[in-house]
Design a protein around this ligand. Structure first.
Ligand SMILES: NC(=O)NCCC(=O)O
Length: 280
């Protein structure tokens, strides 16, 4: 398990169930799903959050009993008094080879919530949402000062992107971005294929860890190990968010109105891309 600890106030961890989604099997794995508000993981962590005066972000497989037993990829936020504060459901569900999670759950319906805590305003961009700049923007628009990105991702897929995406998001949105990835290689009982014409296999690569924190001014911490569990302890000066915004003016100069118009048009079935070419 890789964990980021922000100087005594926050703890965010990578998910602790096996990354079973690659197997596409339902039996057994769905038994890990639990109710966000008072499931066993939330109940357990509420005690710890209170004891250590710490906000905890806990990624779980959520079972929504109220809505027909549906399953979600969810991060639960528990405040430093041990109270359930809220949850966020993963917005973007990968369909990339082994990372095809659509067998289990669909795109989240919780928007881009920001959780106001005694230690700052935080949000969670779950895993694959890291590749979507507008997802990062959404949390920024709602006033996040720290965005956590709990991830489970393997080397051959995303390692070249790892040092770039969260860091870029921190710069573009004027907040701290905490990129958290697990370590290790998991082997499953039954073979599975990846839809790439290659032979069936029982594991799907090495989770490369390398968790780090990026600041709004573009600086970052060193990364944790690629092979061993780790704990990254950092102190964040939240004043830097406003200072960088004042200095660069990225938020002041962004053209949300123009982008809103473009997006409104682009989703229409009869949209015509604005391409200008030489007429002959
Ligand atoms: N779990 C998950 O969303 N993995 C996707 C792989 C990646 O985004 O690097």
């Amino acid at each position: 398990m890789s964990v980021i600890l922000l100087k005594g106030c926050y703890m965010a961890k990578a998910p602790n169930m096996p990354f079973a989604f690659c197997t596409r099997e339902k039996q057994h794995w769905c038994e890990y799903a639990e109710i966000a508000e008072h499931g066993s993981t939330t109940s357990f962590l509420k005690e710890l959050a209170k004891r250590y005066n710490m906000v905890i972000i806990s990624p779980i497989l959520e079972r929504d009993e109220v809505h027909n037993d549906t399953i979600w990829n969810t991060a639960v936020v528990i405040d430093n008094h041990g109270d359930y504060l809220g949850k966020h459901r993963k917005n973007h569900i990968p369909r990339v080879g082994d990372f095809n999670e659509s067998t289990y759950y669909f795109e989240g319906n919780t928007g881009h919530p920001v959780f106001k805590t005694e230690f700052g305003k935080l949000a969670i961009n779950i895993c694959y949402g890291r590749h979507h700049p507008l997802n990062w923007l959404g949390f920024g628009l709602n006033g996040a000062e720290i965005v956590f990105n709990p991830s489970a991702t393997v080397g051959q897929l995303s390692e070249p992107l790892w040092g770039i995406e969260a860091r870029n998001a921190a710069i573009a949105n004027g907040y701290y971005a905490c990129a958290i990835n697990r370590v290790g290689t998991e082997t499953f009982a039954n073979e599975f294929t990846s839809g790439d014409g290659k032979p069936a296999h029982k594991d799907f690569g090495h989770f490369y860890g390398s968790s780090y924190i990026a600041a709004p001014n573009g600086s970052r911490t060193p990364g944790l190990s690629r092979t061993s569990n780790g704990l990254l302890v950092a102190e964040l000066d939240l004043n830097l968010c406003r200072q960088v915004k004042d200095h660069w003016g990225f938020q002041m100069t962004q053209r949300l109105d123009m982008y809103a118009d473009l997006l409104t048009e682009a989703i229409k079935p009869d949209y015509t891309p604005q391409v200008i070419s030489k007429t002959t």
